[in-house]
Design a protein around this ligand. Sequence first.
Ligand SMILES: CC(C)(COP(=O)(O)OP(=O)(O)OC[C@H]1O[C@@H](n2cnc3c(N)ncnc32)[C@H](O)[C@@H]1OP(=O)(O)O)[C@@H](O)C(=O)NCCC(=O)NCCS
Length: 146
Amino acid sequence: MDEIKITEMKNEKEIDFLRNKKSFNYTYDKATIDSLKKHFQLKDSLYLIAKKGAEFVAFCSIDRGWWEDNFFFIREILVDPYFQKLGIGKKLMGRCIEHAKNKKATGVVTETAFKNSPMRNLCENFDFKEWENPQWKEGVTYKLLF
Ligand SMILES: CC(C)(COP(=O)(O)OP(=O)(O)OC[C@H]1O[C@@H](n2cnc3c(N)ncnc32)[C@H](O)[C@@H]1OP(=O)(O)O)[C@@H](O)C(=O)NCCC(=O)NCCS
């Protein structure tokens, strides 16, 4: 039996593996892959992938592509439906937050749809607080200050 292993992506080409991976009604389409490739280039980006053997389990990324100084942004988190509710999302998000802390960030931001209760619960578990985002009103922006 293969175990679930979490590794850091070291090469932009590895991002292609995520194409068309999906969960609920969310799919990693071309626009998402392109955005991930662009933000991978930023200093201090961390892209974590979880696999069981060759099988996709989950992905989470954090980068400095946020407009407020010294904040990190959790750009993507997705756990394959078969592996959900096993603590994998929590583990990946925890590692991304730790990474930002180690880089002496002011805090971490992420955004999600109003109705995305799994993601909202996950954020609130990490003590993210809802933040009034002047640039985005179509969902919830969460902020975690260190
Ligand atoms: C959000 C997501 C990443 C959570 O991943 P996961 O591995 O299933 O989550 P975990 O097992 O680590 O659970 C951590 C916490 O998330 C919350 N949570 C997870 N699944 C949930 C669900 N179906 N309903 C409500 N809360 C849920 C709970 O608070 C849970 O903590 P608890 O078990 O102590 O109650 C996953 O549901 C997912 O991939 N969703 C689709 C993609 C997505 O919406 N990404 C975010 C885009 S902004």
